[in-house]
Write a protein that binds this ligand. Sequence first.
Ligand code: UT7
Length: 334
Amino acid sequence: MIKITAAITAVGKYVPEYVLTNKELETMVDTNDEWITTRTGIKERRVLKEEGLGTSYMAIKAAEDLLQKSNTNPAEIDLVIVATATPDLPVASTAAYVASEIGSINAFGYDLQAACSSFLYGMSNAASYIESGRYKKVLLIGADKMSSIVDYKDRATCIIFGDGAGAALFEPNNEGLGIQDEYLRSDGIGRDFLRIEAGGSIMPPTIKTVEEKKHFIYQEGKTVFKYAVSNMADVAEKMLTRNQLKEEDIQWLAPHQANKRIIEATAKRVGVASEKVMMNIQKYGNTTSATLPLLLADYEQQLKKGDNIIFAAFGGGFTWGAAYVKWAYNTQVK
Ligand code: UT7
C-alpha cells in the first residue's frame, strides 16, 4: 500500500500596506536604526492601521491570494486552521469566521495558539489529518496582528514585531513528497519570560490592569534569546541526524524570523550556507505565526520539486520545534 504523505500544494500571503520604519520608531522611543539593525536585522515592519480590522482581515486576504493563485475552489476545503496568538476575539473562533468569509462552506475551522510556533504546530496538525486519509484539503493560515498587543512606548518589544499573514494548502501526495518528519517541544518555564499578564483567566481585565499596561506583550529578551538560540539549533540539527541528512542534502532552511542573530546561529549549527537560509525579517520583523508561511510565499518562485527544507521555530510558552519537508511543486509548471 502506498503511504499517503501531506504536501504543501499552494501558498499565499498578505501584509498590510503601512510600513513602520526604524526611522519612524526613532521618533516614538529611545532607539536608533543602527541598534535595531545590528541587534535584530529588522529594517521595517508592516502595521494594520485601519480601525476595526483584526487578524481575520489579513488571514482572509492571504487565503484569497492562495485560492486565486492555485485556482482552488474554496468549497472543496475540508478544514481551515488559523494559527494565531492574536485572534479577533478572546472567544469565537477566528478560523470559523475566515472559513465562512472565503466561501469554505463545507469546512470546519479552529484556531491554534502556540505563540511563534503556532504555524509549525499547525503543519503537524494539517499533516496528520491528511495522512489519516480522512480529509483531502486542509488550509493552514498563520496570521497575527502583533500591533494590537504591542506597547509602542516599550522599546524592548515595539521594534521587533509586525503584522502579517501567510497561508498554505495541504493535500495528499503519493510520490513521498511533503512532511517527512517533525520534532515538537514545549516547556512551561517560558511563561515567566514572554507573556501577556492580564486579560486571561488568571487576571481578568480591570481598569487597573489596563492602567498598568498589563495587556501588552512583555518579553525578557536576553533570556528568551538564549533559549531560542540553543533550542532552535538543537531541533533543526535533530532533523538532519534523525533522517541521515548531510548539509549538502538540504536546499533550504526556513527558520522563524525573530532575530537575525538567532537565525544565523541556527544556520551555523545545521551547517547550511547563508544563501540557503530563507530570510525576510528585514522587511516584516517578527510576525509571530505568519513568519514561516510568509517565507514560503516570498521564496516560492525559487523552490523546486523535491527540495529538502528544514523548518524551525521557537516562541512563547516556551514552544519550539522543527520539521523536515520535501517541497512538492515547481511554480513555473503549476
Ligand atoms: O519570537 C518569539 C521569541 N522571541 C525571540 O526569539 C526574541 C529573543 N530576543 C531578542 O531577539 C533580543 O533579546 C532583543 C532584540 C529583544 C534584544 O536584544 P539584546 O541584544 O538581547 O539586547 P538587551 O535586551 O540585552 O539590551 C542591550 C542594551 C541594553 O542597554 P544596557 O543595559 O546595555 O545599557 C538595553 O537597554 O540595549 C538597550 N536596548 C536598546 N537600545 C536601543 C534595548 N532595547 C533597545 C532599543 N534601542 N530598542
